[in-house]
Design a protein around this ligand. Structure first.
Ligand SMILES: Nc1ncnc2c1ncn2[C@@H]1O[C@H](COP(=O)(O)OP(=O)(O)OP(=O)(O)O)[C@@H](O)[C@H]1O
Length: 755
């Protein structure tokens, strides 16, 4: 049981809070700015701490400059003061008064200008004034495009809500433990989430209830309303109450009325505090661009890092593979400053740890565009864009990681000579980006290709990674929409080879922008390639529509798209990731005829073959040089084709010979057969004859008596008799001679009869 005085204190607090809320409600209503008004420029007296309004006094708060002049709860004011947030930034001055009085806001302001506080404070205050408690469930949803950004927003909520008693949580995709999340998600009052994970709860969590939702916030609204999140965002919007307050913020705001209609804003306040500003980027940011040939980019980056060993730097590359490769290689080469890397394939906790670590240390962070939006890292000195940003918005967000909240910062962008169109776009007056060209100083350029090559020899896994980095870079360029800037056909095969060498690769990974035309033999296709390479120094491209559609469809969580294997040829592993790059023209017409060919680097890797276990027994499958199956008769055809003249007369001559031989053989066979039949017949006759002779001899002996018994015995016992007595032997010889003479005579007669 609680002691009575504590219970009393709690009651006191509740009463105090109720009084405060009543007062705030009245003040907010009485002192609110008129719709569509902007705060006037801060007066000279601004900055001094104002006296709190007396009872019954409700000063207008649309023009104030300090947080403590706003109708905020004491708890929020205390928390802000504790963090030294006293003066409001421009976007905060413009957005907070409208948001506090319950209006929808569409806010745009430069990077690092304090947009997060501009929506976090109204969220906390709204729930406080509604006396929201844990039992009331989800009162506010804040959507963020990335997990890191969600985590960062949540840390600001923790700061501002420090003395409040709401429960909040981060609900993001690449975080384990959705089951535990399901159990407690209904008890959270503020959800900071990525769209996908929130939708997962709508779909899977029993009784997930947002029916009491008071506010919806979209940070980086233009990105969340973009195609990538369209399906999820539409599904979320359809499941939350229509009557709510909605706040949208970004440094590059969407202007699409259609997009805004999707989130059904009610009479929103359009607040774009820097619309009239001279520049679209922070005034404290120095921006440079350098024209660097593709094959010199790594040398240039290395040289830059070596010359800025005391700077905190973020390096942007266009794919995960590149980030991994450059990070691993540079780590092995030891530039003399700690190196870190970050990309979307990392677990959420790892990303969080890296951000925290980078926040505190002077180091170099290699990153994909994962960190390009919203991430608030303290005191970044340099942003280096090794690979060209995909558009102006990406440029603004990337460079916005430095020069935050009135701090100074510098940005450097490498552009290949082939990408100079981007520079023109940035320099155009309407872009409002004050960028200066810097010439590379060749004497400061360290050549590290040989060093990288030695590292690759020592670490073969890195060679594989390098190969993939090479291919994914080209793919990333190829997949960009803006073909005025990103056009691989402006690069020559030699340039690609030089680029591969700059990555330390012993050979250029084979990239075929596409397979040869059908019905063109390999040799013909090579000839075409050679001719085209001779006729123009520029490479040309063939398009494979099947692969192109696969390229477009692909891949969720990498920052560039990877092609899928064509399903048409299930028996073959096309090795596309490493060895073959098939190009896509910005057309979806699958009948588009290939008209250009490029053959880069080394010959094609042979395709891997799988054994077809369903092949009928005894049928032999043959393969051509490229590993394609060839029909059984094709090999024969090939051999015949090498002998151009067919000798018909030779063939008929040969047939005639064969026929003659066969007839001769047939004749001989017949004669043999006849002869054996004759012999058999003769044997039979002789047997018969002998029998008759013996019978007549027996009859005559019976008539004469004595010796005839011995003769009859002798005839019946055969040879035995001849060998047992000399006398008898003589007689037997005589009988044998007679018999032989008779047989010879009979044979003679018979052969005469048959011939
Ligand atoms: N009124 C303030 N006084 C002092 N510091 C502030 C104030 N408002 C914001 N900041 C600080 O400014 C930095 C940038 O703020 P924030 O991250 O909100 O910028 P942002 O406009 O959202 O940038 P981005 O467009 O890149 O997301 C943060 O470190 C924040 O703490």
């Amino acid at each position: 049981m609680r002691p009575p005085q504590r219970r009393g204190a709690a009651k006191q607090t509740r009463l105090k809070e109720a009084d405060e809320i009543r007062f705030l409600d009245e003040w907010i209503e009485a002192g609110k700015p008129r719709p569509g008004t902007k705060p006037p420029p801060p007066s000279k007296s601004a900055g001094a701490r104002p006296a709190p309004p007396a009872a019954g006094e409700y000063p207008e708060y649309g023009a104030c400059t300090r947080f403590d002049e706003l109708p905020l709860s004491q708890k929020t004011k205390d928390a802000l003061r504790k963090e030294n947030f006293t003066e409001m930034s421009e976007i905060q001055r413009a957005a907070l008064p409208h948001a506090l009085c319950g209006r929808d806001v569409l806010g745009a302001a430069k990077t690092g200008s304090g947009k997060t506080l501009a929506f976090v404070i109204p969220v906390i205050e709204k729930l406080y004034r509604e006396r929201w408690g844990p039992e009331d469930g989800v009162g506010c949803i804040i959507l963020s495009p990335t997990s890191d950004l969600a985590g960062q927003i949540f840390s600001v909520i923790k700061i501002v809500g420090k003395y409040h008693s709401f429960k909040g949580g981060v609900i993001v995709g690449n975080r384990k433990g959705i089951e535990q999340e399901k159990e407690r998600v209904n008890s959270l009052n503020i959800l900071v989430c990525t769209p996908g994970r929130l939708l997962q709860h709508f779909d899977e969590t029993p009784n997930f209830d947002c029916s009491q939702l008071q506010m919806l916030v979209l940070d980086e609204a233009d990105q969340i309303l973009d195609h990538g999140f369209k399906r999820q965002v539409d599904a979320i919007i359809s499941q939350i109450p229509k009557v709510r307050q909605t706040l949208l913020f970004s440094a590059t705001q969407t202007k699409s009325v259609k997009d805004l209609a999707r989130v059904s804003l009610r009479d929103p306040e359009y607040i774009s505090v820097h619309e009239e500003a001279r520049t679209a980027t922070p005034d404290t940011l120095e921006q440079y661009a350098m024209i660097v040939p593709l094959e010199q980019k790594l040398n240039m980056l290395w040289s830059f890092i070596k010359r800025h060993l005391n700077s905190k730097t973020i390096v942007f590359l266009s794919s995960v593979k590149q980030v991994k490769f450059v990070f691993e290689i540079f780590k092995k080469l030891r530039p003399g400053i700690p190196l870190k890397c970050m990309h979307g394939r990392m677990a959420y906790v790892v990303q969080q740890a890296i951000v925290a670590d980078f926040n505190e240390s002077t180091s170099v962070l290699f990153s994909t565009d994962l960190t390009s939006r919203g991430l608030d890292i303290k005191n970044v000195d340099w942003v280096v864009q090794v690979d060209c940003p995909q558009d102006m918005d990406y440029y603004i967000h990337r460079v916005g990681r430095t020069a935050r909240y009135n701090k100074k910062g510098k940005a450097l962008m490498f552009l290949c000579p082939e990408e100079e169109a981007m520079l023109e776009k940035l320099k155009a007056a309407e872009s409002k980006i004050p960028i200066h060209i810097r010439k590379p100083k060749s004497e400061q350029l360290e050549q590290i290709s040989q060093n990288i090559a030695s590292v690759l020899v020592k670490f073969p896994n890195l060679q594989q990674l390098g190969k993939r980095a090479f291919v994914t870079y080209l793919k990333s360029v190829y997949l960009q929409k803006d073909k005025k800037v990103f056009d691989l056909s402006r690069f020559s095969a030699e340039q690609f080879a030089a680029y591969a060498a700059s990555l330390g690769l012993p050979v250029t990974p084979t990239i075929r922008f596409i397979s040869h035309k059908k019905n063109v033999s390999r040799k013909d296709a090579e000839d075409i390639d050679k001719k085209q390479m001779k006729s123009s120094s520029k490479p040309e491209v063939i398009i494979n529509p099947q692969v192109n559609s696969d390229l477009i469809k692909d891949d969720e969580d990498d920052d560039i798209l990877y092609p899928k294997k064509p399903t048409a040829d299930a028996n073959m592993d096309d090795g596309i990731d490493d060895d073959v790059l098939r190009a896509k023209e910005p057309t979806t017409d699958t009948n588009t005829k290939p008209d250009k060919v490029i053959q880069l680097g080394k010959p094609l890797k042979k395709k891997k073959l799988k054994i077809n276990v369903h092949r009928p027994m005894g049928t032999r499958v043959k393969y051509d040089d490229e590993g394609n199956t060839i029909p059984p008769l094709a090999s024969v055809a090939e051999e015949l084709a090498s002998e151009p003249v067919v000798h018909k007369d030779k063939i008929s001559q040969r047939y005639a010979e064969m026929l003659r031989e066969m007839r001769e053989h047939d004749k001989e066979d017949k004669l043999e057969h006849k002869k054996s039949l004759r012999e058999k017949k003769l044997q039979k006759k002789l047997k018969l004859k002998r029998k008759r002779q013996e019978e007549t001899e027996a009859e005559s002996e019976e008539d004469s008596g004595s010796e005839s018994d011995r003769g009859r015995d002798a005839a019946s016992k055969g040879k035995k008799r001849y060998l047992n007595s000399d006398d008898d032997e003589d007689n037997a010889v005589k009988d044998g001679d007679v018999l032989a003479q008779q047989e010879a005579l009979a044979l003679k007669l018979l052969s005469k009869m048959h011939s």
